[in-house]
Design a protein around this ligand. Sequence first.
Ligand SMILES: [Fe+2]
Ligand SMILES: [Fe+2]
Length: 312
Amino acid sequence: MSSNRADAALASRKAGTREPSVWPDLYHAFAQQRATLLDVIWEQHRYHESRRWNVQQALSSIDLGALTANDRFFVANAGRAELTTKPGADRVTRLADIECRRWLGENDAVAKIMQACGTWSRYWNEEEAHHETAFNFLAVALSLNPPDDSTVIEYRKIFPDDDMLRTLTLLACSEINAAVTYNEYAHCVQEPGLKALLLKVGADEVQHMRYFIAFAKALVDSTMYAPTGALAIAHLFIRPGGEIYGATRSETSIRETHVNWWDHLESSQNGVSLLMGVEKNLSMTYKMVEQITGISVRSPEELEDRWIELLD
Ligand SMILES: [Fe+2]
Ligand SMILES: [Fe+2]
């Protein structure tokens, strides 16, 4: 395509479009509105490109000598936690493609949702690479006991497969946890470069959450997936003693198959707890449940009741 023709094609495709965003109603877009995978992939790419930021630039504006003991504690833990995002994304890429082929011919709209999800996972993986390398650079530069090679290899274990709706809901919950933690701690940080880095990472995590919710909602909208799968995972996170409280457990959960980042955070020191913003976490989880399933809940108990009612 000549550059003029490419420019014209780009302009016509952009004409009338809003700011790039997460595609809001993917099941109906594929099932009824004749959206194509290339339409959805174009929107994913536009959004990814519009939000990119540069790790080296972000790091260059941090005054390492001005970071407090609490800041150091936080970034060292964040670097370890972010190591587990690559196996998470690798798993979604593979699982989504398997599911795409399983649904093809049986429910083509669901097959397309799976392919759109698998395609987007390349952006998710790349964006998480920014987080991991930024925090681990700081762990090395500040001699904060950075992960050694065997730790990196251990944290790269790929998670076991699960039903796709449960997987997407678990990832949305994990992104909520990450977004709340980064944003809450950003408000405690005095050093402006680190504050800016945490806010950028927190904004990425919110965007990831929105994608996982959109894919999960599309599966429930298709009626091929029962909303109970999403309710079960939300309950796993917010029940008393649930996964959102993982950072406060006195004993680390050792899992043979993989590493859950929230199990391996060091216990708090000097008043810095990695359990931050519980109320915010709960309210974002209730909103997530409503967006995925249409079911409104206002407490962990109500969530459990609705889940059990639907199981009966
Ligand atoms: Fe991240
Ligand atoms: Fe994320």
